[in-house]
Ligand binder design. Sequence first.
Ligand code: A3P
Length: 296
Amino acid sequence: LTKGMENFQVTMGHIEGVPLPVTTCDMWDTIYNFQARKDDILIATYPKAGTTWMQEIVDLILQEGDVQKSMRAPCYIKVPFIDLVPPKPMPPGVALAQTMNSPRILKTHLPINLLPPSFWEKNTKVVYVARNAKDSMVSYYYFHKMNKFLPDSGTLDNFFSEFLSGDVPWGSWFDNVLGWWKALDKHQILFIFYEDMIQDPMREIKKVMTFLGKDLSDEVLEKIKYHTSFQAMKENPMTNNSTVPKTIMDQTISPFIRKGTVGDWKTHFSVAQNIIFDEEYKKKMEGSGLNFRTEL
Ligand code: A3P
């Protein structure tokens, strides 16, 4: 990359009040009119919920545990991120998706009300991964620091307020998880918790397998579990984003596959922040029937 191209930082625009990169807003009509296919598998998440982890699991299930095949391309090429228009020369997610053979695995961080309607028309299967808000926030904070495409997150205290008010890229964690949660009985959605994946990855991998209508042997499932473990994905150049130029993702600031635990927020939140957080959380989540674990 030549000098002068180092500043990739994007500003945020808004679509129906949701902060999204201006590059996404500028292409919004194309993105919203994206044509899903009935055999697509959509992985939907709020950022930092374990999207990449689920992508690898779904891909390896479709490839029936063939690790060689799963390493055919980096995760951001294999699984187009339909609501992302990355810095050039990388193609917009929707353009990448159009060139792919079925069955495609696609990724989105959109709140459910902004999802391109063709996903509903085609009755596409959706795997939604949810992660507790506190760990999501800490993970997103570090991701902002290392990802030069996103605005600088400032101090943790600053990011804390922005996150709680939903003034961060892709908007409010609360709106995202609640929106998808409330749609469970209306669509083909498998709702998976990051904390459950950490606690018992095999159990969760089997849930995904069943949802996708596959039946794999225990031997293949063990292989999938091994290759999607934190350590294996941290070392795998196709999953750890080490192929992304340092000018866009500077992993010396914070690695993309960073910590992978439940409860990292405890070493980051002050007592005062935790009280503010819990109050706000209660207001927004009470009565939703959606319960997260913030420690195991
Ligand atoms: P941390 O920053 O807390 O470590 P996403 O893919 O949605 O951006 O999510 C990234 C988060 O998932 C990061 O969280 C990352 O470390 C974690 N992660 C990625 N692969 C994982 C794996 N195989 N096991 C556990 N956590 C994983």
